[in-house]
Design a protein around this ligand. Sequence first.
Ligand SMILES: NC(=O)c1ccc[n+]([C@@H]2O[C@H](COP(=O)([O-])OP(=O)(O)OC[C@H]3O[C@@H](n4cnc5c(N)ncnc54)[C@H](OP(=O)(O)O)[C@@H]3O)[C@@H](O)[C@H]2O)c1
Length: 402
Amino acid sequence: MLKSILCNTLTKSTRFLTSITPIASSNHQTNSFSNHVSNYGWQIDKYHIDEEFKQDQLIFNSQMKQPIIYNPNDLLIEVKAASVNPLDLVMIKGYGREILDNINVITQITKCKLSYDRFPLVLGRDFSGIIRNVGANVTKFKVGDEIWGSLSPFKQGSHCKYIVASQDELSLKPTNLTFEEAASIPYAALTSWSALFKFGNLRIQDAKNKKVLILGATGGLGTFTVQLLKSFGCHVSVTCSKDANEFVNQLAKLDAVYDYRNLDKLFMEKEGYFDYILDYASTSTVDDDSKLFRLLRNNSNSYYLTTRSPLMKNADKNGFFIGLLKSLQSASEMTINSLQMRTNARWAFYETNQSALEYIRKLCETNQIRPVVQQYFDLEQLPLAYQTVYNSHLRGKIVIKF
Ligand SMILES: NC(=O)c1ccc[n+]([C@@H]2O[C@H](COP(=O)([O-])OP(=O)(O)OC[C@H]3O[C@@H](n4cnc5c(N)ncnc54)[C@H](OP(=O)(O)O)[C@@H]3O)[C@@H](O)[C@H]2O)c1
């Protein structure tokens, strides 16, 4: 009901807004193709709920709609490289549709944005590229700047040649990285940043000597976070598959490496030891969260943070409101459980953060963080790149070259 009222209102406002002229700035240098780009890329035309991933679910469109700057804070970007995240794969199956659609309807109305129609849907969060046009209020960037960034999951994605992003979603690209290397970092990096600093209340000035355990050090989030924490002077232990031992030891000097299929040694050795546990594993091999909470120091500054929350799944399965209630119940149970052990447990989520991107750019430029890429694919091979992420067991990121 609420949704249909919002949709009707939206349709009316959309009709009105289509008569508005796009807002590109006349104060900034533009180039000849900035307002008339021919866009192309990969899309899905529906959700494939209850289906296994198949490469032909992704459709190449050589004549995609031209992205237009309607918001004065937005920029037009020519994408040079992007990465594939596990989120892209689950979004094909409709992951997050209930929450994304409801939030989308509300933000479209309040911010007067246009692209309410979800389909065709372009996936992809990270991007690196060159600014081709800027909105009237863009002050931080100019046409021709080489940038990197990531798009909010509420927006159309980056697996196409031209995108419109807000100036807050990007920063200048690290000068020492290629476009392809740069595109491997932002989404995973900002998710990890938000886990540590927003949900885990860490402060950079307090990070030195913190003892951190990363569950799942081999994927996009893990490989970045090992390096980030080492740059702060933390003591880092990790779990990974036995065959990845050499790989993780090449990332940084680690305190300990545990095989995730046999965690007995970890549970015996490290009770009450860690300040943070970051759960970035794509699957869990721990049957009871309390076992993990016991590894944390018993104080209010220790945190178990996980990026695997049931929030989206609950909403997709049970509808927006019941799904939220179910999630609230799970969150309360986890919180009570952790508080009984005098520690904290939280779900963590990606968040756009320009100052974090700036900070990470400097870490890259001083070689404290290096991109970790398992494989590069050309844009034409994008379905194959998705297949590689779908097959899982990643060692770093999968990157698309445009
Ligand atoms: N909440 C958010 O906003 C948000 C944002 C980004 C990502 N995420 C989620 O965070 C997780 C990590 O993301 P990612 O991009 O790093 O994924 P990824 O690149 O697919 O990496 C996941 C890694 O986890 C390892 N793994 C699987 N099961 C494990 C276990 N039981 N213990 C330890 N390691 C295990 C895998 O290694 P093996 O080959 O050895 O299996 C793989 O290398 C995913 O579940 C993703 O969906 C959430």
